[in-house]
Ligand binder design. Structure first.
Ligand code: FPP
Length: 257
């Protein structure tokens, strides 16, 4: 990964990626929280111990992002592919949101954070669905950072559903094919509630894997990507600042000059 990092970050970034408190802060950060299992295995612990520690990291990083003035953070907590894992691990992951909100809801409220969900929530076990929906309901009037959990989320399925909905609107005569725009798709995606903040400015993936894994494929089209070897349970506030430092030193051109 050392070699890969060298390839992924330019020579300039290696020397000038220092975080600038006064610099531009990404408004929306998306995170692929990877490496919980390896973190646990390195310590001869069961994989679920890594997920538990990863839950603490969610709190730490959400607070750090809030303190830095980030407006939205979207966390990939469970993909549509994660059902393939051993039943015991899936059951544990399904219980985590309950533990998380029980432990941290007072802090979430104190910070005025809004909890939101993306993913195919209807297919979650009843108890999980109830607990996450309660968190959304309990924070619906908050106006602070939007903390979105992607649960049973898959980007291709999301885009497929959006396409079906648009096709139906065309069929029903509500819109013509000529009238369709990128915004027609934005409005049908599960992230539509984010409005102006819908597209992340920065995507962070931990643990050394360098792929998107079906996460926000449409929304990340112009985002800056930051990959790090650090395993999610070890990811710290300083590591977040480091990622933002790299972002601050990149020049987003959106295809222009
Ligand atoms: C990927 O690591 C991580 C997950 C599939 C689960 C992520 C969940 C959390 C960080 C906790 C979420 C907390 C809440 C509140 C929902 P991995 O298991 O694939 O790690 P590995 O690649 O090392 O095996």
């Amino acid at each position: 990964m050392k070699f890969l990092n060298r390839w992924l970050t330019t020579k300039k970034e290696e020397t000038s990626n220092h975080f600038d408190q006064e610099g531009k802060i990404p408004q929306h950060i998306a995170v692929i929280m990877d490496g919980n299992g390896r973190w646990a295995q390195k310590r001869m612990l069961p994989r679920i111990a890594g997920h538990k520690e990863g839950m603490e990291t969610v709190r730490r990083i959400a607070i750090a992002a809030d303190d830095l003035g980030v407006k939205a953070m979207t966390l990939y907590a469970f993909s549509t592919e994660n059902w393939k894992r051993p039943t015991e691990e899936v059951s544990f992951l399904m219980k985590l949101p309950g533990d998380f909100f029980q432990l941290f809801m007072p802090e979430i409220q104190e910070r005025n954070m809004q909890i939101k969900l993306i993913g195919f929530i209807d297919q979650l076990p009843d108890s999980t669905r109830r607990v996450v929906q309660n968190a959304v309901d309990a924070t619906v009037n908050n106006t602070g950072m939007v903390l979105t959990f992607a649960l049973n989320y898959g980007s291709r399925a999301e885009i497929l559903e959006a396409t079906k909905s648009i096709a139906q609107q065309v069929k029903d005569g509500q819109i013509t094919v000529e009238e369709l725009s990128e915004d027609s798709i934005n409005q049908e995606l599960q992230t539509a509630f984010l409005g102006q903040l819908q597209d992340p400015d920065l995507m962070i993936r931990t643990s050394g894997e360098v792929r998107l894994s079906n996460f926000l494929c449409w929304q990340l089209a112009y985002s800056e990507f930051y990959f790090t070897d650090i395993l999610w349970p070890d990811f710290s506030k300083e590591d977040l600042q480091e990622a933002i430092g790299v972002y601050q030193n990149r020049h987003r051109r959106y295809g222009g000059l």
